[in-house]
Design a binder for this molecule. Sequence first.
Ligand SMILES: Nc1ncnc2c1ncn2[C@@H]1O[C@H](COP(=O)(O)OP(=O)(O)OP(=O)(O)O)[C@@H](O)[C@H]1O
Ligand SMILES: [Mg+2]
Length: 376
Amino acid sequence: MTKRKDSSIEIHTSPKESSKKATKKRNIEVPSTKSIVLRDMGYPFRVKGDPRSTGLEIDSEELFADYAREQWMGTIVHQGLYLFDRYIMPDYAFQVLEVVPEESIISKDTKIHLQSRSVVTESTSTRLVTLNEVVGHEPIKRKCKLILEYLLNPAKFGEWAPRAILFYGPPGTGKTMTAQAVANQADAKIFFAKASDLIGVHVGDGGRRISALFDDARKNSPSIIFIDELDAIGLARSFQSIRGDVSEVVTALLGELDQTAEASGVVVIGATNALPLIDPAIKNRFDTVFEFALPNIEERLGILQYYSKRLPLEIEIDLQEVARMTEGLSGRDLRDRILKESLHIAITDESSTITSEIVRGVLDKIKTKSSPNYTI
Ligand SMILES: Nc1ncnc2c1ncn2[C@@H]1O[C@H](COP(=O)(O)OP(=O)(O)OP(=O)(O)O)[C@@H](O)[C@H]1O
Ligand SMILES: [Mg+2]
């Protein structure tokens, strides 16, 4: 084993030899690792254009643990360390996410768990957003409250459970925020997945990813599966003859949506910027399709009022005026392109407040950039 002190990379020679060297070199008793969680990192460095794909499919966790133990036995591990595979997929990397105890040595009794670098990320947001903070979108919020009721009490609904809803609308109108709010309030796990990531590189990948996603959600119910960019599937389906795996993704998704039946405690929320591109068979599986329109003048005012209260500096402009001047902007634009930008200018200028001149300057700049920011 060669390893620079404090390095997060482990390069092996032979496992047995490394075990001896490791303990001898340090001349201290190194405890053996009780458990370790590894994360699949793919090929962190490779020659440009190298077509090797990343993402593991593991059918048996137990077998993987045996395999991992066998090759890394004797390695001293700490959090953050990278381990490289040497046999089946040379140079494939894994990072140590958790290790108990820290700075311990992998032994034959070490429990090894792999957290796949999956296409799905579980939400870890700390500031918990709620539906009350979503300005406007009243019918959607009503439906979301029903979904909340279902997630908290699936048995009550029986065969009449809401299964899937579809959000569509321009970027920045609150689709992800709303899904997140539902998950927070139901105390449910939310699994975020991008449809484009669900389309695998190899035939079979996509289907497996979808079933893994739904299996995970069912195991963790009550839960929400949030599939963003759903149009990626609809879009790509027109290239079906070139990419057979895309139709396989559609088929898998349809199958899973059909199975997400009574009392499973799983709700699917799909989101897209481009409804016309969604495969009709998929669209049909959603109970309700909701439009997230751009905010009207009252909603813009509501959004501006809500976020300006959270600004660290006072804002000295009539927000009604800003709301009037910002037709066509989304909630995200109002927060990031107007309020945040104005705050940053005030801080840069060492101004103690966000003056009306600053905000007007920002508004003028946005107006002169006439290019639309939303096209299908
Ligand atoms: N109606 C709204 N009420 C309050 N805040 C909003 C609203 N719409 C947007 N925002 C703000 O804009 C941010 C971005 O919104 P969000 O990520 O939910 O948009 P999206 O519709 O999912 O966009 P995209 O299509 O780009 O994924 C939110 O986190 C929130 O701060
Ligand atoms: Mg989004």
